[in-house]
Design a protein around this ligand. Structure first.
Ligand SMILES: [Fe+2]
Ligand SMILES: [Fe+2]
Length: 262
């Protein structure tokens, strides 16, 4: 199966025209496509199925419990498949059955270790004030983010451990937040705010065949060796903000091949 991956288009402020990648079986949207949700319209009538994992910016200024069902209705109305702590199996033209596991994942702020956890939370407070979202009327603060992140992690861990039992040939994890410090933005390195972007899901990576993410406004394509042999590929294709130079080198129609999974 060949995938097109787009994330962090930030169409709420950016000018960008997404085009279908020739040869793709599926498009994955890995979050921060448009904080207003209006830009999702561009993916209606896309020539191949579209899977959506939300980003943090899809919740900017919104109430958590209203936003989720509303965002799901928006995706449904456009014919896009939203995955939040959900799996789906898609069969490619060549017969490969690929299981996609999707969740925002959020940040648990544990990636820098216990000694730096409090500093990571303090750094996150800035982002959460900027986000200005609420949950049950209270600020969606760093502790709330952490709670959601832990629930996402628990779901993902359980799903990745499920045996295929012949039901799928390969597993692709899709998260908006990054699964490893290896995905940190090299412009900033592992400073306290990096814990608002990367999680320490390195132990889960070998359980997937491919891991797609966004959120960091830079590109990544690297592999992690599995203890039992083989490797998992991690790819981020975030576009970012053009006026910060982040979109330079963005390859929106690059194809990513799902490994065979054996
Ligand atoms: Fe972003
Ligand atoms: Fe993001």
């Amino acid at each position: 199966m060949k995938l097109q991956l787009l994330s962090d288009l930030h169409l709420e402020t950016e000018t960008f025209d997404p085009l279908p990648a020739p040869g793709a079986d599926l498009l994955v949207l890995a979050g921060d496509i448009d904080a207003t949700w209006a830009g999702y319209e561009r993916f209606a009538d896309w020539p191949v199925p579209v899977l959506v994992v939300a980003g943090n910016h899809e919740f900017d200024g919104r109430e958590w419990h209203e936003a989720w069902p509303a965002f799901r209705r928006r995706c449904d109305a456009l014919g896009l498949r939203l995955l939040e702590r959900e799996a789906c199996v898609v069969t490619a033209a060549d017969g490969q059955r690929v299981r996609f596991l999707g969740t925002v994942r959020w940040s648990d702020f544990d990636v820098l270790g216990p000694a730096r956890h409090e500093r990571a939370l303090r750094a996150a407070a800035y982002f959460q004030r900027e986000m200005a979202a609420t949950i049950d009327g209270a600020p969606f603060d760093a502790q709330q983010v952490r709670q959601q992140a832990q629930a996402c992690r628990a779901w993902l861990e359980q799903a990745l451990h499920e045996p295929a039992a012949g039901a799928w040939d390969a597993t692709v994890a899709v998260t908006h937040f990054a699964p490893s410090l290896r995905s940190a933005d090299p412009r900033f390195g592992p400073q306290p705010s990096t814990a608002s972007f990367c999680n320490a899901d390195d132990d889960l990576i070998p359980l997937a065949d491919l891991w797609l993410h966004g959120h960091l406004h830079c590109r990544h394509d690297y592999t992690v060796q599995r203890p039992g042999g083989g490797h998992t590929r991690i790819v981020s294709q975030a576009r970012g903000l053009a006026d910060k130079g982040e979109a330079h080198g963005h390859e929106p129609v690059r194809l990513i091949t799902v490994p065979s999974g054996d």
